[in-house]
Design a protein around this ligand. Sequence first.
Ligand code: AFP
Length: 309
Amino acid sequence: MAARKLRELLETEDRSLSKLVELLAELSLRIVREIPRTLGMTEGMNIYGEQQTELDVWSNGLLTKKLLRSGLVRQVASEEMETVMTADHGEYTVALDPLDGSSNIKTNNLMGTIIGIYHDKPLPATGRDLLSALYFLYGPYVEAVVGTKSGVYLAAPAGRGTGASKFISTGEPHRLPQKGSVYGIGGSRDKWTPRVHEFADTLEKKKLKFRYGGSFVGDYNQVLCSGGFFAYPELLDAPDGKYRLQFESNPIGYITERAGGKASTGKGRILDVEPVSISQRVPTYLGNKELVSEYEDLSRTSLGLSAER
Ligand code: AFP
């Protein structure tokens, strides 16, 4: 299949969605340009008690303002805001993690922007209702990973022109490789539950290579491209793990399923979790179907065991 501009590829599915993704792609390139100029921390905390970087605040402001003024988006919720923001009109609802992995700024490691797009659904919403989900990975190059009902497209700003028109995709939907070769698991090892330890041992025995950098988009992208398993699991002191259902687990879970993989809370499908609040967290297990199912089986059989290792 011939290389295609991302905008044109999405236009064949839905004209307005293509315009929205075009705007997001443009903004992602602005965020990347801003990274070296805005390296500091703020005094502020987000609603989860995490200290915000200047770039968290700046990118949240940029995305929220531009989306609400676009005429396309009626509601925006963000990991960095306590309340859902509303515009007078627009057909889409957007859930944002404006700068995932922002604590990686000081070490110049991977970061990204995660976006869930719904058609006219109030937030919080179930992942089942997502129309599209995407992320931009800020690595050696900016990569757009866009999941829609027809599949997952990877694109890089390798074309001519400015902003979003530059993003070029092979035009072929991406699938998780059948046999996985890498894995990553977040959280401190001393806080992993016995079943998470046991499953990490299983993955080692299967000769998967451990790769972990502390940014969801960066770590997940390795699994999407090489196949394998990625989790931010339940922890002994945080049974719901770290990831926010609306802003992290649902969008990446959607992309995983569209690429032929599986996205689980350890007990069931992430996209089926009924949301109880905008800030809700869920344990998150993603990757090749057989591996995620194997973890679910282990989880079922070990339920009721003591948390001591
Ligand atoms: P920050 O945005 O504060 O850097 O958090 C990033 C994150 O939510 C996610 O991107 C990482 O996978 C995870 O935290 C890393 O957490 P640990 O440091 O606990 O492994």
